[in-house]
Design a protein around this ligand. Structure first.
Ligand SMILES: NC(=O)c1ccc[n+]([C@@H]2O[C@H](COP(=O)([O-])OP(=O)(O)OC[C@H]3O[C@@H](n4cnc5c(N)ncnc54)[C@H](O)[C@@H]3O)[C@@H](O)[C@H]2O)c1
Length: 448
């Protein structure tokens, strides 16, 4: 098929490359000059495993990358929209990028087409956009086709989707979108047809549900600390129940990223706009905010409340492993608190350091924030080590080396990656999330 993808972010770039890989003729439209230039030279401006190799494989063959709107929107059979839909101050979705695109479509489109919304948009957006095109007699059918890929595993998720949702009011348009996915659904993926607003709602419901699992476990983790229970034992205890499953039940620093926080806010906003109190959604968000703050409380428990002149090592800055995305990353909450209270921060993250340097230029320039090129360099003379993103690289550290490098053997394990008993035996002061004291004592006794 001949298609245009608008927006070369995490979703648009992955979609464009994977669709081009399947032999489609893809035009990728991006208006950010730096992103555009990098892509045209075969460089991926974001970190996503495998993506740069795929880009170089398809670039200037099945994939053209352009900033030329009229070229991109002239006569594609399909337009896939992957522009950003960030939060507004009141929690509602900011759809300005989408409406700007609609204006451009009005100006440049010369043939009937199907406009596929992959961006996460407020419930009712597709209907409003359809009405807008119809009022102007522009031959566009709007379909909602929410994207479920995960950063860090985006290629795999796109190539082997678990399900494809097609939200459409027009059967012919839905059939065209289904045809696009035939190469990806041969194995097992289910294609589910529904109305446009049901697909829009499903995307929010999926993210809110996953976020609720995280907040649920984080809430129980705090309780576990008061009653000498290790939440890790509980996680295993409940995760083996197939009705519950093993995913998204890890206690940790709270969820972040470009989707869960903003999508939860959007769903809550939708409730408010309908005059409906949705206390469960509010609780998920409140718990998540509290969880990020708890990192600060825990570090105070390790270091005392005066951080001026202290040196703290951070392992991990991205909101999750295998991405450079720091949007709403829990690590940033602790980082900001450390900088505000006069601590020196030595940090390492395999992918997110350029984004952090861009976000905190003054701290980097003054030397208060030192971005270290390998994990152990971040430990030198630090008064504590905080693990904030569970990159594989941090999973099995050389603890003797860690002990030698740190000024004080203190570990805040924000992702419950380490064995409290082992660390206690080695002489570390360890704090995890929800790891009630009895558990580590029990392990110590078992080891003795
Ligand atoms: N990031 C994820 O993991 C993920 C997963 C599922 C769904 N989503 C949703 O997908 C959408 C995109 O997310 P993202 O993380 O890829 O966003 P992003 O902000 O990384 O990328 C959006 C890109 O679109 C470009 N853009 C915006 N308007 C444009 C226009 N008119 N012409 C050309 N380029 C334009 C921007 O310059 C930017 O490069 C959002 O709605 C998001 O909620 C994201």
């Amino acid at each position: 098929m001949r298609l245009t993808v608008v927006g070369a972010g995490y979703v648009g770039l992955v979609s464009a490359c994977c669709l081009a890989e399947m032999g489609n003729q893809v035009c990728l439209l991006e208006h950010n000059p730096a992103r555009l230039q990098a892509l045209q030279q075969g460089r991926v401006p974001i970190y996503e495993p495998g993506l740069e190799a795929l880009l170089q494989q398809v670039l200037n063959r099945q994939l053209q990358v352009t900033g030329n709107v009229s070229l991109a929107l002239n006569e594609p059979e399909l337009i896939l929209v992957a522009v950003g839909t960030p939060s507004q101050a009141d929690g509602n979705v900011d759809l300005s990028q989408l409406w700007q695109l609609a204006e451009a479509v009005q100006e440049h489109l010369r043939h009937p087409t199907v406009l596929v919304l992959k961006s996460t948009v407020a419930v009712g957006t597709g209907d409003a956009l359809q009405a807008w095109f119809e009022q102007r007699a522009i031959p566009v059918q709007v379909v909602n086709n929410p994207e479920f890929l995960k950063e860090g595993a985006a290629l795999e998720d796109f190539r082997r989707p678990q399900r494809i949702l097609i939200g459409a009011e027009d059967a012919a348009a839905a059939a065209i979108v289904e045809r696009l996915y035939v190469p990806f659904t041969r194995n097992q993926a289910r294609v589910l047809h529904m109305r446009r607003r049901e697909a829009e709602f499903s995307k929010y419901a999926a993210n809110a549900f996953l976020a609720s699992r995280i907040s649920f476990m984080n809430e129980l983790a705090e309780l576990a600390e008061h009653v000498q229970v290790d939440i890790e034992a509980v996680r295993q205890g409940i995760g083996s129940d197939q009705r519950i499953g093993r995913h998204f039940i890890y206690a940790g620093c709270g969820y972040g990223g470009s989707c869960f926080p903003k999508d939860l806010r959007a769903l809550s906003h939708l409730g408010r706009s309908q005059g409906l109190p949705l206390p469960l959604l509010s609780a998920i968000e409140q718990r998540n905010e509290r969880q990020k703050q708890r990192l600060i409380d825990k570090l105070e428990a390790l270091l005392g409340s005066h951080w001026y002149g202290k040196r703290v090592a951070l392992w991990g800055l991205a909101f999750k492993p295998d991405t450079d995305d720091i949007r709403e990353a829990p690590a940033l909450v602790l980082l900001r608190a450390l900088l505000a209270r006069g601590a020196t921060v030595q940090a390492h993250d395999p992918a997110a350091m350029p984004a952090v340097a861009e976000r905190f230029p003054e701290a980097v320039a003054s030397g208060q924030l030192q971005l270290c090129n390998e994990p152990y360099a971040a430990l030198e003379n630090a008064h504590a080590l905080c693990l904030l993103t569970e990159w594989k690289l941090f999973r099995e550290p050389d603890w003797l080396r860690v002990m030698q490098l740190l000024a004080e053997p203190r570990v805040l394990d924000g992702r419950n990656q380490y064995d409290p008993g082992q660390l206690a035996t080695m002489g570390f002061v360890y704090l995890g999330i929800g790891r009630g004291g009895l558990a580590s004592e029990r392990r110590n006794r078992a080891a003795a």
